[in-house]
Design a protein around this ligand. Structure first.
Ligand SMILES: Nc1ncnc2c1ncn2[C@@H]1O[C@H](COP(=O)(O)OP(=O)(O)O)[C@@H](O)[C@H]1O
Ligand SMILES: [Mg+2]
Length: 253
């Protein structure tokens, strides 16, 4: 089954009474277990696409189904439940809360989902396990201002995974990182994907996109093309990068 099915999606913003057609008849499917990258020029509508298909923003027209369930008819409460329990989000501007430790930021969405406070012990265990896996257990009690950009981004990944989402939406997850941290973050995303989590990520970095199964290219709010690379294998990275660069050149990147 398609995890995410999008049909003729349009999004129009009205600014100063002028319509801005940011997404124009976008149709796409993301399969369960897939890792798809969205590329395209700045302002082409990539972030808007991510926010709209994940129900964070409303569509102007078109149909979006998440696991066969159309999100249009859902109440705000139902939608926020799905976002909280089945979707994970990673953004470039890292929306972690100040005045909370790294650890508290990570467990917060799980505490929110755990209304009856029955699963606190399991949540705490899972948080520690995730932080160990991502190598940030030693900064658990730090304030978010006391860690590096790479550590902060890995904390965001832990937080996005705490409720074991079926799908992760990431908007330029490596955009604020140096090469080394970017590599580490991609290693984690590839691992998470291998373990079964579907990922849709926006990136302007072809090295990041080369580690995804498929790349969709957006221009002026339309999909201009797509390229399949197949499942990521480290040994074939150079070859994938070369193939993708050639294709991006054709796309006018
Ligand atoms: N909340 C908003 N209100 C009005 N216009 C917006 C809003 N968000 C984005 N836009 C406009 O939509 C277009 C696409 O933006 P965006 O999706 O952020 O592009 P990208 O992520 O590809 O750089 C831009 O012209 C931007 O100004
Ligand atoms: Mg953007």
């Amino acid at each position: 089954m398609n995890q995410l099915a999008v049909k003729d999606l349009c999004k129009t913003y009205i600014v100063n009474k002028r319509p801005n057609n940011v997404l124009r008849n976008i149709s796409l499917n993301i399969e369960e277990g897939e890792m798809a990258a969205i590329m395209g020029p700045s302002g082409s509508g990539k972030s808007t696409l991510l926010y709209t298909v994940s129900g964070m923003d409303s569509a102007t027209a078109g149909k979006i189904s998440f696991f066969g369930k159309e999100i249009e008819g859902l109440s705000a409460k139902e939608m926020s439940r799905i976002r909280l329990t089945q979707m994970g989000f990673i953004f470039q501007q890292m929306y972690l809360l100040k005045n909370l430790t790294i650890y508290d930021n990570i467990v917060l969405p799980a505490y929110q989902a755990d209304g009856g406070r029955k699963n606190r012990e399991r949540i705490n265990e899972r948080a520690r396990e995730l932080m160990r896996k991502l190598g940030i257990i030693e900064i658990a009690e730090n304030d978010i201002t006391e860690v590096s950009g790479g550590q902060l981004q890995r904390a965001c990944i832990c937080r996005s995974l705490i409720n074991q989402p079926k799908m992760i939406f990431a908007d330029e997850p490596t955009g604020a990182l140096n090469q080394q941290n970017s590599k580490e973050v991609m290693k984690e995303l590839n691992r998470i994907n291998k373990e079964g989590t579907t990922i849709m990520l926006v990136t302007h970095d072809s090295k990041v996109a080369a580690k995804c199964d498929r790349v969709l290219y957006i221009e002026d709010g339309s999909i201009k093309g797509e390229m399949s690379l197949g499942k990521f294998e480290e040994e074939k990275l150079r070859e994938r990068e070369r193939k993708l660069s050639g294709w991006l050149l054709e796309m006018g990147w």
